[in-house]
Design a protein around this ligand. Structure first.
Ligand SMILES: NC(=O)c1ccc[n+]([C@@H]2O[C@H](COP(=O)([O-])OP(=O)(O)OC[C@H]3O[C@@H](n4cnc5c(N)ncnc54)[C@H](OP(=O)(O)O)[C@@H]3O)[C@@H](O)[C@H]2O)c1
Length: 263
């Protein structure tokens, strides 16, 4: 049976935008979700024309659980079953935890953790009933270690890795798989909005394109793999915490991630 419709969160830019393009190229109809409706509409028009698919635009603020309910009810009423769910939307915030904007810290948990969990609950339940479906969650290599000066972000991505691996194991045999992708730095709007552009860590790391991350993530999802880390250097960093003591990791990361002027 074909998996026809894919819902992508955070489709208005970066990795989500590229994932949407690739899914359309593979012949999937799309439900494009983010806050910036104008961007989603522009993308939908382009994808419908270029790939002869149907792209629905549903603006949603993922910090708002009622908005997520509205998305789910709209799809139910319009009889659009979601066969592929891509939980890609996310945000980061760089800086000392005690000085950071409280709202931003909470927003990271709302979007990166709560919305991802709620959407997985809603759509995985339906997929299991139909006996078919795929979920792709975008975490980060940050999910493998605690991150000084990005404490909430790294913790939120650690949740995504753990949650996805557990759910995939739980759903074995149901026809529904969960894949988690853990990219390293990628060119998108992320670093500008997170304020990380000036960090020493980012200067040291290779930067992949959003398209490369999207391709590697979708390839893993299509093979129903549990976890993928796009890029060889990123993969090496992801396995480092298995061999390097955590206090050493924290010492190094604290110095690499330290904003100017912090002790
Ligand atoms: N870029 C990197 O270096 C990198 C590395 C590892 C992991 N990641 C992860 O990759 C994912 C995609 O990030 P990206 O790099 O493509 O960043 P991006 O270009 O900033 O895209 C983030 C997307 O999330 C959406 N979003 C943010 N807050 C939202 C909200 N409250 N409601 C609805 N949508 C919201 C944004 O849409 P609107 O603003 O239109 O709402 C946008 O489409 C994130 O989960 C990020 O943590 C990124």
């Amino acid at each position: 049976m074909a998996l026809t419709t894919a819902l992508v969160t955070g489709a208005s830019s970066g990795i989500g935008y590229e994932i949407s393009k690739l899914l359309a190229e593979q012949g999937h109809d799309l439900v494009l979700v983010a806050r910036r409706e104008d961007r989603l509409k522009q993308l939908a028009r382009y994808l419908e024309k270029e790939f002869d698919i149907t792209a629905h635009v549903i603006p949603v603020d993922l910090t708002d659980l009622e908005d997520i309910d509205r998305l789910y009810i709209t799809l139910e009423q319009e009889n659009i079953p979601v066969d592929i769910l891509v939980n890609n939307a996310g945000l980061g915030h760089w800086g000392p935890f005690t000085a950071n904007d409280t709202q931003k810290e909470l927003e990271m948990i709302q979007v990166n953790v709560m919305a991802l969990t709620y959407l997985s609950k809603l759509f995985a339940t339906d997929m299991v009933k139909r006996g078919l479906g795929k979920i792709l969650n975008i975490a980060s290599i940050s999910g493998f270690t605690p991150g000084p000066y990005m404490a909430t972000y790294n913790a939120s991505k650690a949740f995504v890795v753990s949650f996805s691996e557990a759910l995939n194991a739980e759903l074995k045999g149901t026809g529904v798989s969960v894949t988690v992708s853990c990219p390293g730095p990628a060119a998108s709007e992320f670093h500008q909005q997170a304020g990380t552009s000036g960090s020493f860590f980012l200067k040291l790391m290779p930067m992949m394109s959003s398209g490369q991350v999207a391709r590697a993530s979708l390839a893993a999802m299509n093979k129903r793999k549990t976890l993928v880390v796009p890029g060889t250097i990123n993969w090496l960093i992801s396995v480092a915490p298995r061999v390097v003591p955590i206090r050493v990791m924290l010492f190094v990361l604290k110095h690499l991630m330290r904003p100017r002027g912090q002790h």
